[in-house]
Write a protein that binds this ligand. Structure first.
Ligand SMILES: C[S@@+](CC[C@H](N)C(=O)[O-])C[C@H]1O[C@@H](n2cnc3c(N)ncnc32)[C@H](O)[C@@H]1O
Length: 471
């Protein structure tokens, strides 16, 4: 295999923790071991910078056949390495076409980060630095107010509204008391990084939810229509549940499960404050929720946002910079649960659409979990091709993984995140459509056979917790 293809394959395996660089380089049977080793090490060292440049230049969108790891190696060689000394083969003309744009994006990154040398990007481009540039995203809770009213309120308080952003650059440039509407999400306001709205009256009254943009993607991509029945499988502390309720306009039903009593208590507070009235909370293991229970016969939408390593959370990276790499044992345990939960979710008989999300950067918790579920359900579920213009896609670990979305401070100005949308290939014949889509507004508790108490959301007086603002 040629140098660049071999380097890309070693890099992919290193990122998937299938071995050390050294071991994989020796196992590759590539003759010039030293050259291959140096190229992989350097590409990996600049990985975050390369991700940012490749994303902002739109390289993978323009060149669909170019796989992300190979793109990284080639762009490293073009911009930071030795400029295709080995010839570059068939990839050189392709990279030549994008050379000017890639160079311009690298230059822009240096201007933005106020550095002049490529090496200096390594310090300021490392995760904590990039994480500290993520703006403050604020979701307008449409159960209580509208974007226009929230914008007017901020204007009256002396904030300067700059309109809808047209690119991530507009978000990066935000300063002082300026704010914008996000270019993608219609109800998302964007403020400069340092803005703290925890004491703001609109937040206290539940009109605003402090929620990172990436964490708004799951509900937005599930988009259950009013009247539908939805399961939020691992729901606390409930930011995504309240977003789902906004899509439902409080019409229909959300069955929200979580194991953790403390987090459920915070969630009850959050949902009450957000004006959510269509949600039933249950302290229950989602794996023990029976898909054949009649209560869930109309559930066509499931949001599965399970416990994960949290390796993509900017707050965690800022506070504990080493935490991006969970141990192998922890990853295995988490991935095992995530796999079981996703397989289980796909057995709900009326399910049409499911969103799987994590705030992890690890392939084991993301693409691998989705691939396993698709392999378990051949021909029944497929990945929906969502948000084609989103710049950061799933790692190409299986065919179609590019339909998954990734997010990071470097590429999307958000926390690190992963989202996959699975949709049923065929409508199950056992569910009469009229019944499945009939609006269901009643909240009366259905007869229940099981264990732990279930409750509908009631106002509480507990103060908001830290977690509410985080995801
Ligand atoms: C990533 S958090 C969910 C965040 C939430 N979706 C939100 O947006 O606010 C994962 C949650 O899964 C819960 N969990 C873990 N194992 C579970 C299980 N077997 N069944 C239900 N919930 C579980 C945890 O207690 C935790 O609250």
């Amino acid at each position: 295999m040629a140098l660049y293809a071999t380097a890309a394959s070693v890099l992919a395996n290193v990122e998937s923790r299938r071995g050390s660089i050294k071991g994989l380089v020796y196992a590759s049977s590539f003759q010039n071991v030293k050259q291959l080793y140096a190229l992989v090490c350097e590409t990996q060292r600049y990985s975050a910078v390369l991700d940012a440049v490749i994303a902002s230049a739109g390289l993978l969108r323009a060149e669909k056949k170019l796989r992300p790891h190979l793109a990284k190696v080639l762009v490293y060689e073009l911009l930071l390495g030795r400029g295709f000394r080995g010839g570059g083969g068939r990839w050189k003309p392709l990279l030549d076409r994008h050379q000017a744009r890639l160079k311009a994006e690298l230059a822009r990154l240096k201007v933005q980060r106020r550095v002049s040398r490529n090496e200096d990007l390594l310090q300021v481009g490392s995760r904590p630095g990039a994480a500290s540039q993520v703006p403050r995203f604020v979701r307008v809770n449409t159960l209580k107010t509208s974007s226009d009213d929230a914008i007017d309120y901020f204007k009256r308080q002396g904030f300067s509204y700059q309109g809808r952003a047209s690119s991530l650059e507009d978000l990066r440039a935000l300063k002082g008391k300026c704010f914008l509407l996000d270019p993608l999400l219609p109800e998302l306001l964007v403020f400069p990084t340092q803005t703290d709205l925890h004491d703001h009256p609109l937040y206290q009254a539940g009109h605003l939810i402090l929620q990172d943009k990436a964490s708004c993607l799951p509900a937005m991509l599930l988009a259950p229509p009013p009247g539908s029945h939805v399961i939020d499988a691992c729901a606390a502390p409930g930011n995504k549940t309240s977003h789902l309720a906004a899509f439902l306009k409080n019409q229909g039903r959300i069955f929200a499960f979580d194991l953790d009593a403390g987090r459920l208590a915070s969630m009850a507070t959050l949902l009450a404050r957000a004006g959510v009235s269509c949600c039933e909370l249950a302290q229950e293991d989602f794996l023990a929720v029976s898909p054949s229970d009649q209560r869930y016969r109309q559930v066509q939408y499931i949001l599965l946002d399970p416990s994960c390593s949290g390796s993509g959370m900017p707050t965690r990276q800022l506070e504990e910079p080493g935490t991006g790499t969970p141990s192998k044992a922890r990853l295995q345990a988490l991935a095992g649960f995530q796999q079981r939960a996703l397989r289980h979710a796909l057995t709900f008989p009326s399910l049409q659409r499911l969103v799987y999300s994590t705030c992890s950067l690890c392939q084991e918790e993301n693409e691998d979990v989705v691939q396993d579920a698709l392999q378990q359900n051949p021909g029944t579920f497929r990945l929906a091709p969502v948000l084609p213009s989103w710049p950061h896609r799933g790692l190409s670990s299986f065919p179609g993984a590019e339909h998954c979305l990734r997010a990071s401070p470097e590429t999307t100005l958000t926390g690190g995140f992963f989202v996959a949308v699975l949709e049923r290939v065929e409508v199950p014949s056992s569910v009469p459509q009229a019944e499945a889509s009939a609006p269901e507004i009643s909240l009366s508790a259905a007869p229940r056979k099981k264990r732990r108490p279930r409750r509908t959301v009631a106002p509480r007086t507990l103060p908001p917790t830290e977690q509410e603002g985080k995801r």
